[in-house]
Write a protein that binds this ligand. Structure first.
Ligand SMILES: Cc1cc2nc3c(=O)[nH]c(=O)nc-3n(C[C@H](O)[C@H](O)[C@H](O)COP(=O)(O)OP(=O)(O)OC[C@H]3O[C@@H](n4cnc5c(N)ncnc54)[C@H](O)[C@@H]3O)c2cc1C
Length: 460
């Protein structure tokens, strides 16, 4: 790095955010040099926990004058190393900027600071606006809304309304030059209610992994919470009919969330695909109609419906689901990473076959999940590897499995999601050269000194 003087930089950062919220001590930086996934740890020089937009602007200006990398961080739960600096620098931990600034009940949006977590927003709405629900992932409740939306994200409302990035109405961003940018209706109006009707530049910040600026305010859509929610659980032995079965269900527009799981755990379902279809409504009659219609489609496609009771039902009905946390811990070794991706619906059978082969090849548990996005216009597909953190062989096999999964997904026409560095490199290799050139030009205009999370999306 290009520091003039590390002590001087520390002093400057302390002047900006206060001594209690800046550190360069090894003990404090340890946790920021890694994440819960399988990435190797990488060094961090400073961590700062700013409280205001003005502080962030000053930090960005300092980072520009000293050419220090800046890495914005929400909950740090993405798993694919996106908040671990590639070239050292300052981790901007945004936890302290955690105010829910506005809930606009009638226009159904929430205006949030970047440190607001999914748990905080969910709890606040349940208490104050029980008829509204936020889009949240199955991630632990300490994940931030902004972090999730910015990596595209998916959750229980995604089948119906699309991936989470499509639910962003507007952003306030400290740009890599330190200026403030406003995107969406907030650029014109005092209401943060819509992306348009002006050119949509919000997309520049999604899946950008912190390379285009620091989001300091985000407006997201909220959705009506129906009175009742239920699920149909079932399984299939063969997988070739799954795309048609899924497509038929989406055609009814009756389901809220549709998922397929295929894995070695639980043992009893090892050879089957488990189907989970969630539906919601405002009356018992509506629920009954939805249940009967969807169950009929199950039967027409030779899928078995299984009544679900007790703890299994409780876990599958929870929001966020326990399922994700359980799958994360199957190896009982404290490690968990998955290659997520977006794939076309028709590729589900091939993805099951190839995902299973990769897991077997490296002696890892098979754990595959599909979640339909936007009424079947895409499918979120993940190949999950729980691993034992204290077993170095397990870690190496996991990294190999993740790389193979990235390659397989690109081969079948999908795109790795929130990809780690290897996945990003593979995507860039396959990317249209003109797209790459344009992307590079835009990045250079936004961030002439290359300070924003460098190493990610390196377009050369
Ligand atoms: C058990 C488990 C289950 C999960 N299930 C799901 C799921 O169902 N759906 C899903 O979508 N994800 C899931 N995830 C993945 C991930 O945890 C979530 O997507 C999470 O919401 C990411 O938010 P975060 O605050 O942890 O983001 P971070 O990891 O902190 O950040 C994500 C990226 O955004 C950037 N970033 C963060 N904040 C800002 C900002 N203010 N300005 C600019 N850039 C920023 C970071 O630099 C990074 O590149 C799961 C993870 C776990 C561990």
């Amino acid at each position: 790095m290009n520091y003039l003087n590390k002590d001087e930089i520390l002093t400057q950062l302390e002047k900006i955010s206060g001594r209690d919220f800046v550190s360069n001590k090894t003990g404090d930086l340890f946790i920021y040099s890694q994440d819960p996934g399988a990435s190797e740890s990488r060094p961090v020089d400073f961590v700062v926990l700013p409280k205001t937009v003005e502080e962030i602007q000053k930090i960005v200006k300092l980072a520009n004058s000293e050419k220090i990398p800046l890495i914005p961080m929400g909950g740090g739960l993405t798993l694919s190393g996106l908040i671990i600096p590639v070239r050292g620098g300052i981790v901007l931990d945004l936890k302290r900027m955690n105010q829910i600034l506005e809930i606009n009940e009638l226009n159904r949006y929430a205006l949030l600071e970047p440190g607001v977590t999914t748990g905080m927003l969910k709890a606040y709405l349940s208490e104050n606006y029980p008829e509204l629900q936020p889009p949240i992932p199955d991630a632990p409740p300490s994940a931030t809304i902004a972090g999730n939306m910015l990596i595209h994200g998916s959750g229980s409302l995604s089948q119906k309304y699309g991936c989470h990035s499509s639910m962003i109405n507007g952003l306030e961003v400290v740009l890599p030059t330190g200026e403030i940018g406003k995107f969406g209706s907030c650029a014109v109006s005092e209401y943060w209610f819509s992306k348009g009707p002006i050119p949509d530049l919000i997309g520049l910040f999604t899946s950008a992994f912190g390379t285009m600026g620091i989001i300091t305010k985000i407006s997201i859509k909220l959705f009506p919470r129906p009175k009742f929610r239920d699920m149909i659980f079932g399984f299939t032995k063969g997988f070739s009919d799954l795309p048609k079965l899924m497509s038929k269900i989406t055609f009814t527009e009756l389901a809220e969330d549709i998922m397929i799981a295929k894995g070695d755990v639980p043992e009893a379902y090892k050879n089957f695909g488990m189907l989970m279809v969630y539906f919601a409504g405002n009356s018992k009659d509506e629920m009954e109609f939805k249940r009967k219609t969807i169950e009929k489609i199950f039967k027409d496609h030779k899928a078995q419906v299984v009544p679900l009771v007790g703890k299994a039902r409780e876990r599958l009905m929870a929001e966020p689901q326990y399922g994700a946390a359980l799958a994360a811990d199957w190896r009982k070794g404290g490690g968990f990473e998955y290659v997520g991706s977006f794939i076309p619906l028709e590729k589900i059978p091939e993805a099951i076959e190839k995902g299973t082969t990769i897991s077997r090849k490296y002696g890892l548990l098979t754990s595959l999940l599909f979640r339909l996005i936007g009424r079947g216009h895409a499918v979120m597909f993940s190949v999950t590897f729980p691993f034992n953190r204290s077993d170095s062989k397990d870690m190496i096999n996991t990294r190999k499995g993740l790389e193979d999964a990235d390659k397989m997904i690109l081969e079948i026409g999908g795109i790795p999601w929130k990809a780690e560095l290897t996945g990003q490199k593979l995507i860039l290799e396959k990317m249209d050269p003109n797209f790459k050139k344009l992307f590079n030009n835009i990045r250079n205009i936004f961030d002439p000194n290359g300070i924003m999370n460098p190493g990610n999306w390196e377009v050369q």
